[in-house]
Design a protein around this ligand. Structure first.
Ligand code: VGL
Ligand code: ZN
Length: 215
């Protein structure tokens, strides 16, 4: 994997956390299968800039079904004029399920972006929170951090392929980054919609490739 990857490219590792893996509170289908490939990619040193996002919720977070008595997990409700999925409690701040996955050596990464810590607002994308009570989507530090380093190209992977990876890629495209998703290093919450998910990436102008194609 030693490769001619653009030195102005960044790798964004989205929500590689135990709660999104088998045994976790909001397990993605085969979520742990991405861990060895991500480790290899980090060890290869192929990317100058590596950023991890970390889903990081307070216990009373608005996205938790436990905050909405009488509702079922995965039900969708209207919230601030948009649909909000009610998730099982996951990635509660300071719990083991919210840690960056302990099977990966994170020491060489450049930046960690924590998201979803406002109890009133969900946050899928690494770039911007979801819509809040005032109708805006507040930015995280990610875009500014990347621009300060003249990053113009982004490779995204992690969890989940149909939620946070998708929203992160979508924002990256709209912010003008050349955007690619490393498909084999992602897994979905909902595997039955995988084909539609893949088409959505392609329709937004995201290159879909496998990590073996790097270099
Ligand atoms: C995610 C649902 C809720 C994700 C985070 O990382 O894809 N999905 N919070
Ligand atoms: Zn979450």
């Amino acid at each position: 994997m030693s490769s001619p990857i653009n030195p102005n490219a960044a790798l964004i590792l989205v929500d590689v956390q135990p709660d999104f893996m088998p045994g976790g509170r909001l397990a993605c289908h085969e979520g742990d299968a991405i861990v060895p490939g991500i480790s290899r990619l980090l060890e290869s040193g192929a990317f100058r800039h590596v950023v991890a996002t970390q889903d990081w919720h307070p216990v009373d977070h608005v996205s938790f079904v436990s905050s909405h008595p009488g509702r079922e997990p995965f039900e969708r409700i209207p919230l601030y004029g948009h649909a909000q999925t009610l998730w099982p409690e996951h990635c509660v701040q300071e719990t083991p399920g919210a840690a960056l996955h302990p099977g990966i050596d994170w020491s060489g990464i450049s930046k960690v972006i924590r998201k979803g810590d406002d109890p009133r607002v969900d946050s899928y994308s690494g770039f911007r929170e979801n819509h809040g009570p005032d109708g805006t989507r507040p930015a995280t530090e990610l875009d500014g951090w990347l621009r300060n380093r003249e990053v113009d190209e982004i490779y995204v992977c992690g969890l989940a392929r149909d939620v946070c990876v998708l929203w992160t890629a979508q924002d990256a495209v709209s912010l003008g980054y050349r955007t690619r998703v490393l498909w084999d290093l992602t897994r979905p919450v909902t595997p039955d919609t995988d084909l539609t998910t893949r088409i959505r990436y392609e329709q937004m102008g995201v290159d879909v490739l496998d990590s073996a194609e790097l270099g």
